[in-house]
Design a binder for this molecule. Sequence first.
Ligand code: DX5
Ligand code: ZN
Length: 216
Amino acid sequence: MSHLIAPSLLSADFANLGKDVEMLNNSQADWLHLDIMDGLFVPNISFGFPIIKSVKKMTQKPLDVHLMIVDPDRYLEEFVKAGADIITVHYEAVNHLHRSIHAIKDLGCKAGVVLNPHTSVSLLENIIADLDVVLLMSVNPGYGGQKFIENTFDKIKALKELILKKNSKALIEIDGGVGTHNIKQLVEAGADVLVAGNAVFGSENPTKTIELLKSF
Ligand code: DX5
Ligand code: ZN
């Protein structure tokens, strides 16, 4: 399988969101990445259900909903109703990860775990076989446009080993500071899904940039 590109709407123009979603629909984007922030788990607040519902009405592409919120269990059903196809929860934000992951799956969604830059891949040893996705944060979550943390490469290596050891089908997703300067290296290291916010929406021609990110 060639790698997937998931543009992050966090860097889109919210006054012209329809236009940006239309652009993504006509691009080679594989998933649309939606960053949900509550101002508690991360310092920033982003957007919620009305935006997800509006985006869902406009696109056939899978919605990859990244929950940067405290105790996400409270809202899983509502995120699925709003249109999520993939839901990822932070290891650092839940008390009973196994329960959360299976709650997402029971709602008919693909389920994943997100690890902050400081959280070790080895903590996933007893859940990896149940996961559809592992999202490695390559910046501290909260903002777009931050600098990629190089230690992520070591984590991809460790995660690949764990996935093989446990015969897991989990995809490796990387989020933060991804762009044309490092995507080739990331794909070679084993990344399956690459999130890109600033690299896409901060570029002169986002459609072309997505095409370029796909081509590596
Ligand atoms: C950060 C978010 C990212 C963000 C990535 O907390 O999880 O998805 O939008 O943005 P870039 O690609 O600009 O680093
Ligand atoms: Zn994200």
